[in-house]
Write a protein that binds this ligand. Structure first.
Ligand code: MF3
Ligand code: CO
Length: 258
């Protein structure tokens, strides 16, 4: 497959998909507390997505058994929600969600603390989020894809963190995963030239320790090899001539940047 440039109509549909996904994340964030199970959070997300007439895009994707990927502490991504997986004070939890609205996908992830968390965990979450924003400073038509990758990596590595290499961001649109792949680690090549109308899911996954990951026996859950904490932050982004537009960002005042 090759990289698709979206029409104005497609952009409008993806903008609406993104807005609905941002609302879904805000709903899920409200219920995070010590004592809740990852299954319950998945149900909140799935029901909200369906209540808007949208489709939870992860459900049954390559056999994935839930609507939201919920990854706790040393789990990097693709944790499977479970009734018996209870969140505890001090945990960090990554929620990755996707939906389809009128045939178009949105994809976004957030990492939150559960109750009070350590200053180190808080820094990891904040730096992971900021690495995304460092990356998208380069998300302008005329720049190159790997300008984004390099900026993400340079920022996260300046804190001594491990940047995950086994999973990458991706183009998005009619399909959840379109070309190009978007690595979060340093690249020697420039990568493709960005043009207005490209839509990208940019998603740094950052470990407090080493970059290495392994797949658990369920064949989905990706965890850090050294057991260190991991955070994830993702938005669906439109490239324009003037810079990025974030389809999946919460409205001003509702963001997790404080
Ligand atoms: N959100 C993931 C991504 O960004 C996709 C999850 S795949 C699923 O690529 F199967 F777990 F749903
Ligand atoms: Co994604």
């Amino acid at each position: 497959m090759s990289v698709t440039v979206k029409s104005q109509r497609e952009i409008e549909l993806m903008r609406e998909a993104g807005k609905r996904l941002a609302e879904t994340h805000m709903k899920m964030r409200e219920v995070i507390r010590p004592g809740i199970s990852t299954y319950e959070i998945d149900q909140v997300g799935r029901k909200f997505i369906e209540s808007m007439g949208c489709i939870p895009s992860f459900l049954n994707y390559q056999g994935y058994p839930a609507s939201i990927c919920i990854s706790v502490n040393d789990e990097v991504v693709h944790g499977i929600p479970k009734k018996e997986r209870i969140l505890h004070e001090g945990d960090i939890v990554s929620l990755d969600a996707g939906l389809i609205y009128k045939g178009y996908h949105a994809d976004a992830a957030r990492t939150y603390g559960v109750g009070e968390i350590s200053p180190e965990a808080r820094q990891l979450i904040r730096v992971t989020r900021q690495s995304f924003f460092e990356g998208i400073k380069y998300a302008v038509a005329g720049n190159h894809l790997h300008d984004i990758s390099n900026a993400i990596a340079a920022y996260a590595e300046s804190f001594g963190y491990g940047v995950v290499r086994d999973l990458v961001g991706h183009g998005i649109g009619r399909d959840l995963h379109e070309d190009p792949q978007i690595p979060n680690f340093r690249q020697r090549r420039k990568g493709l030239r960005l043009t207005a109308g490209m839509t990208l899911a940019i998603e740094p996954m950052i470990n407090m320790g080493r970059m290495d990951v392994w797949w658990e026996d369920d064949d989905w859950t990706v965890s850090t090899q050294d057991g260190s904490l991991s955070a994830h932050y993702e938005n669906t982004v439109l490239i324009t001539d003037n810079g990025p537009e974030l389809f999946t960002i919460e409205p001003e005042g509702m963001r997790d940047d404080d």
